[in-house]
Design a protein around this ligand. Structure first.
Ligand SMILES: Cc1cc2nc3c(=O)[nH]c(=O)nc-3n(C[C@H](O)[C@H](O)[C@H](O)COP(=O)(O)O)c2cc1C
Length: 216
């Protein structure tokens, strides 16, 4: 069997397709993100809206997991989750978070950091209502991040809720809803040849976005 570290060291692709110039990017990082997201959406990628969400406890212990981007506008990046989950508890005590998108086929990464707040109850209701019935039941049935007795227990919770709401018209649980990440920085990374990648950083300082190129 081949040595794993040799195998991993051999994995190497050269990024060649596109470039990114701090002089020609959109001055507004939201517009720059929108243009990259539109290209990702048009590229038949699997889950182009998947993003890693990093949070940390109040004492700084980090954790990271994937979530799905469900809304994006100048107010920030919206995802939905369980407010009592591990991430929910961490965000309650430490509202700082980071997001990373990776669009491998486009050789692009976007990193965002900022402050997180809950979206309005009306916004959460609106999104919950358009989820498919089984996704609504699943969200209500799952005490996300809690230890449970087994798969059968979870399926029993789903069956009980289905019996109570045969049409799937279950109200949004109070402990489930949206979060909005309000960015204070963005970094756009475009893979280039020979590891000389392009990195453009936007930081919000004294009322406007400053743009800089970072060394790869
Ligand atoms: C591609 C992908 C998308 C996911 N999207 C979400 C999501 O939008 N919301 C969510 O709560 N969990 C989502 N999950 C599950 C989370 O990664 C995680 O398991 C869950 O939120 C519990 O995390 P926590 O214990 O850190 O709170 C997703 C997982 C994957 C792999």
């Amino acid at each position: 069997m081949a040595d794993l570290s040799t195998e991993l060291a051999r994995l190497r692709i050269d990024y060649a397709g596109r470039d990114l110039d701090e002089k020609t990017v959109h001055r507004d990082p939201f517009q720059q993100f929108r243009s990259w997201l539109d290209q990702a959406l048009a590229s038949s990628l699997r889950e182009p809206n998947a993003m890693a969400l990093a949070t940390a406890t109040a004492s700084g212990v980090p954790s990271c997991r994937m979530v799905l981007l469900k809304g994006f506008d100048p107010r920030g990046f919206v995802f939905f989750s369980n407010y009592n989950s591990n991430k929910g508890v961490e965000l309650e005590h430490n509202p700082l978070a980071a997001l990373t998108f990776y669009w491998a086929e486009l050789e692009r990464q976007v990193r965002i950091s900022g402050t997180v707040e809950r979206v309005s109850a009306a916004e959460s209701d609106e999104y919950f209502a358009v989820r498919p019935p089984l996704a609504r039941i699943g969200a209500a049935a799952s005490p996300q991040s809690s230890v449970i007795p087994g798969r059968a227990w979870l399926e029993q919770q789903v069956q009980s809720l289905q019996a109570l709401h045969p049409d799937g018209a279950i109200p949004r649980p109070a402990g489930w809803g949206g979060y909005r990440v309000q960015p204070s920085s963005f970094e756009f990374w475009q893979g280039r040849r020979d590891r000389l990648h392009d990195r453009v950083l936007y930081t919000f300082e004294t009322g406007s976005w400053k743009i800089a190129r970072l060394s790869p």
